[in-house]
Every structure is written in C-alpha cells, then in structure tokens.
Design a protein around this ligand. Structure first.
Ligand SMILES: Cc1cc2nc3c(=O)[nH]c(=O)nc-3n(C[C@H](O)[C@H](O)[C@H](O)COP(=O)(O)O)c2cc1C
Length: 349
C-alpha cells in the first residue's frame, strides 16, 4: 500500500469529492512552484527505461501512459503533474469562453467499484486564462483538450459551434504539443449529441483547417460500438491530414453495459457519467473495432478503467498507441504511474 492509499486517501475521501479534488489541485499547484518538491517527486515517482519510449502523434514521449483530460482543466498544476512520471499530460477540457459548468453536487465516488460519477459539464476558466498558464516550458508533452463553451442559453445549434472551437484552437494551439477535440461531453446535455450528424465533424475540421493547424489533432469521440459510424468518422478524418488520431470519451449516464457491482438504485442520487473500471470492457471493445478500421494510420489514445499494468497492457495489445488514466489517480495516488510502468516492463520481458 502506498502512503497515499494508507494515509492521504482516507482523509480526502472524508471530504466532498469536488472539494477533495480542488484541494489536491491547489496542493499540486503550490508544490509545483518549488524545484525541490518537483525533484523529490520526480525521484519518487518516475521510471525511465528506453523500452517504454514511444510517440504520440509523432511526438516523442518517455512512456505510453498519460494523464487524461478533466483532472487539470485549467493547467494549474502542470509543473507538478509533469514530475509524476507520466509520458504526457492532457489539459482541459477548455472552451473559448469561461464556463461555470453544471450545478453542484456534480462529482461522486463509488468506492465499491473504484469508480467516479462525473457531471461537471466542463467548467473552466476559458482559453485565454489557460494560454497564460501554459506560457512557460512544458515538463512533458502537453495536449490541450478543447470543447464547445457550455452555456445553457446557447446550446449547440449551427455554425457558431465551429466558431467556438476555432476561437479556442487559435488561442491555444501554439501552447500545446497536440490538441484534442472533445466532440461530446457526456454532461453538457444541450451539446452532447450535436456531432451525431457526422457531416458536422467534417464541417468543424474544414473550419479548423482555416486556422492554419500546426499541431496534431486528436478527435475524442462519443463512444459507439457501431462500426459503420466509426468507419464514417475515420473516412472524414482521412480528408483532413492534420487529424492524427482518436480517443474515446465516457458514455453518458448509467447504461446497462457498465460493469457495476454497486446496486444501481444507489446511483440514483448521482447524476452523470461513470469513469473507472465499470467502463473498461466497453471502451476496450470500441478500441478493438476502431483499430480494425484505422490499422496503423492513426494514433489511438485509450482511457477507461486503467488501474494496473495489466489493464494498460490490454489496451496496448488491442491497438492503443497511448493509454491515459484519471480515476486510477483518485483511488491509488501518484505511485500508480510507476507501478503501471513497472508492470508493463515485466509484461514486455
Ligand atoms: C471527474 C472527471 C472529469 C472529466 N473531465 C473531462 C473533460 O473535461 N474532458 C474530457 O475530454 N474528458 C473528461 N473526462 C474523461 C477522462 O478524460 C477519461 O476519458 C475517462 O475518465 C476514462 O478514464 P478513467 O477510467 O481512467 O477515469 C473526465 C473524467 C472524470 C472522471
């Protein structure tokens, strides 16, 4: 058991989940300002081995494991998170304008399944504020995840959606190693289904092409097991050479296919999407289908229930080029990164 699991987690889990998260981020931001703290963290948590080195959309990374979007939406803790051993970090989701997100409470733990239920609705400080924070050197490659501004008064409707993405893209692309487009936040009820009309993905990419894209683009898709839809999306991406890969978001709500052991009615008071092991099998099935369609032409970033080297290895075997985690960090703390990488090396051996 790590110090986090034995000592820190019990204290954090006494607090409301969002409060605990904000406290963790504030401590990370503060710790990250000290080069001594960063060095100590780096020594404790980093595992370097040339066999782990790989690329993400052509960008060299020290290992295939990254921090998923949502943990540090506003790039507050990049320096500290960069010392935790991840091969890359994904910041965001960030939108053109700041947004308060959904009403609280909007973050819940389900310890029985090591899961999180999230209904944030992409609150963030907006593209300009995040641009300021990403001004300095980046400790590891950083992707910035962009989403349409969540404004209940302006639900996704027409071309203004493309303008919203184009605005945040123009502000942030020069501060990122790659940009991910969150095409479907499961918790922005008014916007969630906009890109179900796949021609709109094509229109968005055509608009971004006018912004002179200089970094690789990853499309973070609404999850679907419909191979026909995935094939169509890949065909659209084929028409836009700056698209380098795909990722898969969480499904919205509590669909029947989630691997939950907790009684479902106990989740009634927790609105939102489920992250962690209950989505692992579903995401893995989509990943396998997507790999069958893309072959080796695209980067595939896979997240969903990665809490062990075995889970990360399974995703890599299914065709992921890079793996991300979020919920694992909440349940197992920063030592999980090194543990996963050590287990991956054992598997490789
Ligand atoms: C609390 C929370 C907030 C998240 N926020 C975002 C977000 O803002 N943008 C996004 O693209 N994905 C977001 N995600 C999805 C994660 O990036 C990731 O795809 C998903 O949680 C699966 O990984 P995990 O099982 O390791 O948590 C969020 C997930 C959680 C749990």
């Amino acid at each position: 058991m790590s110090v986090y699991e034995s000592t820190v987690r019990p204290l954090l889990f006494r607090l409301d989940a969002e409060r605990a998260h904000n406290l963790t981020l504030a401590a990370s931001e503060l710790g990250g300002r000290s080069s001594v703290v960063r060095r100590v963290a780096q020594r404790a948590f980093t595992l370097r081995d040339p066999r782990l080195e790989t690329t993400l959309a052509g960008i060299p990374v020290a290992n295939p494991l990254g921090l998923a979007a949502g943990f540090d939406k506003n790039a507050r803790a990049v320096r500290m998170l960069g010392a935790l051993g991840f091969g890359h970090l994904e910041i965001g989701s960030v939108s053109a304008d700041a947004s308060d997100g959904n009403p609280k409470p909007r973050l819940f733990r389900v310890p029985q399944d090591e899961a999180i239920v999230v209904a944030y609705g992409v609150p963030n400080e907006g593209a300009e504020a995040v641009r300021e924070r990403l001004a300095g050197p980046r400790p590891v490659p950083v992707g910035v995840n962009l989403v349409k501004t969540n404004d209940p008064a302006k639900p996704a409707a027409g071309p203004e959606v493309y303008e919203d993405y184009a605005a945040s893209f123009s502000v942030l692309q020069d501060r990122a190693d790659y940009v991910a487009l969150n095409l479907s936040c499961p918790n922005s009820a008014a916007d969630r289904d906009f890109f179900d009309d796949l021609t709109r993905i094509d229109a968005l990419l055509a608009r971004l092409a006018e912004c002179d894209p200089r970094v690789p683009l990853i499309l973070k898709l609404k999850p679907t097991r419909d191979a026909g839809v995935l094939r169509e999306i890949v065909a659209i991406a084929d028409g836009h050479p700056f698209v380098s890969g795909f990722a898969i978001n969480l499904p919205s709500g509590k669909p029947d296919f989630l691997d939950l052991t907790v009684a479902r009615d106990s989740l009634d008071r927790m609105p939102g999407a489920v992250g962690g092991p209950p989505v692992e099998a579903y995401v893995n099935a989509i990943l396998g289908t997507l790999k069958g369609i893309t072959g080796d032409r695209y980067t595939l970033i896979a997240a969903g229930g990665v809490m062990s080297g075995e889970a990360a290895y399974t995703k890599l075997q299914l065709g992921a080029t890079n793996v991300q985690l979020y919920t694992g960090l909440v349940y197992h703390g920063p030592a999980l990164v090194k543990r996963i990488l050590a287990e991956l090396l054992e598997r490789m051996d």
